[in-house]
Design a protein around this ligand. Structure first.
Ligand SMILES: [Mn+2]
Length: 351
């Protein structure tokens, strides 16, 4: 595997110099955060970012994310021009040596949690999801206040967007995704840039919005509809693992054998029992024994099926007094990287 680390660009409090000092890290996963969604990422800006990363002794071969405009997900008559822009961005990224683009196809919200600083027993804090809190939110009846999203949309914008999605069910969303991929994948093949869709987080419908990349059935359907190695996934263990219906060890092995896992997000989550049985989980330290997911089993299945792709420790907790961007502080992700590196070494050496 190639171990990477997410970096939010020059304004990220976690510096490239710090990332470079984490053992085993060869590159960062980043994006051009200032370009509005839907516009072309110009080659000059991409090269400037890449050169900054390279100057710190790191690679920039994975982009997370190039966001897909809502008009493409909605399938409106504005989509073709926006897909043309996306294609130009792929071409420019390919010229800069980018090999993988992580993206998602979730309407409106690309991740949802109920808390960003859930306090755990050891004094650290982390992201958490409480179905009881989410069930109490109804964007049609009240102003939706969702951690991490309150600045992204005004009430009017959100209302208008949610209204437009009322006519988009799961089948329609899937068709719109296939339409998009059929246009871009030939360009990806030409430029040798692989697309790696990030699964829906969490993997079920929220606020009446359709979600389709939720598990094995949806991923199989997507691969069958656009049959190219360049149409792959980001295996995000914490996202898919939030649904107990997903057998992550099986999926990791199956999709690695198909050479469709282009990027691994390794993260553990811990389910807790609630009074009324509704779902609660918080993001836990990366090692298997501290969460509910079999991180070792997933890595073993990937290794046994030839995976050598890009990996990053996904969300960490805030520990040691760090007040980092929720999920993206330095310390716990660095511990996660080292754990993943060690497990991988053990698996490889005992093969
Ligand atoms: Mn992820």
């Amino acid at each position: 595997m190639k171990m990477t680390f997410r970096w939010y660009g020059p304004t990220d409090p976690v510096s490239l110099e710090s990332i470079r000092q984490i053992p085993g890290i060869t590159g960062v996963v980043t994006a051009l955060y200032t370009i509005p969604v839907g516009e072309v990422w110009d080659l000059d800006s991409i090269l400037k970012l890449r050169d900054m990363v390279n100057a710190a002794g790191l690679e920039m071969e994975v982009i997370e994310s190039v966001p897909v405009h809502e008009e493409i997900k909605l399938g409106s008559d504005k989509r073709d021009a926006l897909i043309d822009n996306y294609i130009q961005t792929i071409r420019n990224l390919g010229k800069a040596g980018v090999k993988v683009i992580c993206y998602n196809f979730m309407p409106v919200f690309d991740w949802v949690r109920s808390e960003l600083k859930y306090k755990t027993a050891d004094g650290s804090n982390c992201l958490a999801y409480d179905q009881r809190t989410i069930d109490g939110l109804n964007p049609k009846k009240q102003t939706l206040s969702l951690p991490g999203w309150d600045e992204s949309y005004t009430k009017e914008e959100l209302d208008a967007l949610l209204a437009r999605y009322e006519s988009v069910d799961e089948n329609k969303l899937f068709d719109n995704m296939v339409y998009f991929l059929k246009k871009i994948i030939p360009v990806c093949e030409e430029c040798d840039v692989k697309m790696a869709v990030h699964p829906d987080d969490p993997p079920w419908s929220l606020f009446g919005l359709p979600r389709i990349i939720t598990g094995e059935a949806g991923i199989d359907k997507l691969f069958a509809a656009v049959d190219s190695k360049y149409n792959g996934i980001t295996l995000c263990t914490g996202s898919l693992g939030a649904s107990r219906d997903n057998d992550l060890v099986k999926m990791a092995g199956k999709y690695a054998a198909m050479d469709r896992v282009h990027f691994l997000h390794a993260r553990n989550i811990k389910f807790e029992k609630t009074d009324d049985g509704r779902l609660f989980f918080n993001e836990s330290p990366h090692p298997t024994e501290f969460g509910s997911l079999d991180i070792y089993g997933i890595l073993k299945a990937l290794a046994d099926n030839g995976f050598e792709g890009y990996t990053r420790p996904d969300h960490g907790r805030n520990i040691w007094g760090e007040d980092g961007k929720p999920g993206y502080g330095l310390y716990d992700r660095a511990l996660g990287a080292t754990y993943l590196y060690g497990v991988w070494e053990g698996i490889k050496k005992t093969k």
